[in-house]
Design a protein around this ligand. Structure first.
Ligand code: TRP
Length: 332
């Protein structure tokens, strides 16, 4: 059986990086896998979230998934907090994973920054909850970006240690799925930094709610360098902005980088940017229209999530019971 699990944080302000790096790949996986897509509100609260904003972002992410083409009837879309198994299994994994393993997680170090003493315990244990997300459904494949590879390795370590400690083989060793050209969309203002919702400059990202004029303006203003566009991969050396813009083009158009280099190599940035803006608007506006339509109907979105959570609970329940038996929790 091949089952995909993936998670996305409901932290608002969805942008092109979320779409090209995650959502769009999820849409493509639906043809070949049974997919469980989870809006990870429990991961979100590892750092402070305003409650109203969290609820709104959860609906916004759900709308964006459906608008992009995730089919919540054939696959499962829900928010994490509504399936208690995630928290239950995460606790068990808190007791399986070792302090030393978590101490090596680079994302914790980045997110906690200098003030480690003041980070939440949840932020430290974040990877254990992610392992629980995946293994609660015995998922076999997980699409993730580069930045989550280390967490997926930890998931494999936890699965292996659990299987060893309890002399069983309940948990599969999950495989990462690294997909698509522009899985890493960089800032429009600095090609060495990831496109991020928390960048103070709104010009650094294309938001899913930006209208056509704003998208075109942001691409026009995107940072470039004085040279013409490169004709081959080697030409990207020292030119992160050229690489980023051309890889965004490739991803949006669903073509290989070589094809983009063939088409625009040697051209001026200004010419290329016009083409890129047209392409971005053409590809994004139908999704944006659908997203706006869905967000005007929160009752529908809530219904989708409610139904998804019920189906997720039904898949998780027998697995959680099996885990409890293995651990020795009495189910009287
Ligand atoms: N940590 C992931 C991120 O920030 C989100 C996530 C949570 C996830 N649980 C997951 C991704 C399980 C894949 C599988 O992108």
């Amino acid at each position: 059986m091949h089952r995909v699990f993936s998670g996305i944080q409901p932290t608002g302000n969805l942008h092109l990086g979320n779409y090209l790096g995650a959502t769009r790949n999820w849409v493509a996986l639906q043809a070949d896998f049974e997919c469980i897509f989870c809006i990870v509100d429990m991961h979100a609260i590892t750092v402070w979230q305003d409650p109203e904003q969290l609820r709104a972002s959860t609906r916004e992410v759900a709308a964006s998934l459906i608008a992009a083409g995730v089919d919540p009837r054939r696959h499962v879309v829900f928010n994490q907090s509504q399936v208690p198994g995630h928290a239950e299994l995460a606790w068990i994994f808190n007791c399986v994973a070792r302090m030393g393993w978590l101490n090596r997680m680079t994302q914790f170090k980045e997110k906690a920054g200098k003030n480690k003493e003041n980070a939440s315990v949840g932020l430290f244990a974040y990877p254990n909850l992610m392992a629980a997300d995946i293994l609660l459904y015995k998922a076999t494949h997980v699409p993730v970006g580069d930045d989550q590879k280390q967490h997926l390795e930890l998931t494999r370590d936890i699965a292996q240690k659990f299987n060893n400690d309890f002399k069983c083989d309940i948990f599969p060793i999950v495989e990462p799925l690294i997909l698509g050209v522009a899985t890493r969309v960089m800032s429009l203002r600095d090609g060495t930094k990831k496109m991020s919702k928390s960048d103070p400059s709104d010009l650094s990202r294309i938001n899913m709610i930006d209208d056509a004029d704003t998208i075109a303006k942001k691409i026009r203003k995107a940072k470039t360098d004085p040279e013409d566009l490169p004709v081959s991969e080697e030409g990207f050396a020292g030119r992160p902005e050229a690489r980023n813009l051309m890889s965004i083009y490739a991803a949006l158009d669903g073509i290989e980088m070589d094809a983009v280099l063939g088409r625009f190599g040697g051209a001026q940035f200004s010419t290329f940017k016009q083409e890129l803006a047209d392409l971005a608007v053409a590809k994004l506006s139908p999704i944006q229209d659908e997203m706006r339509r869905l967000m005007a109907d929160p009752g529908y979105i809530d219904g989708v999530l409610r139904d998804g959570a019920a189906r997720a609970r039904a898949i998780a329940a027998p697995i959680m019971a099996e885990i409890q038996d293995i651990v020795g929790f009495l189910r009287a």
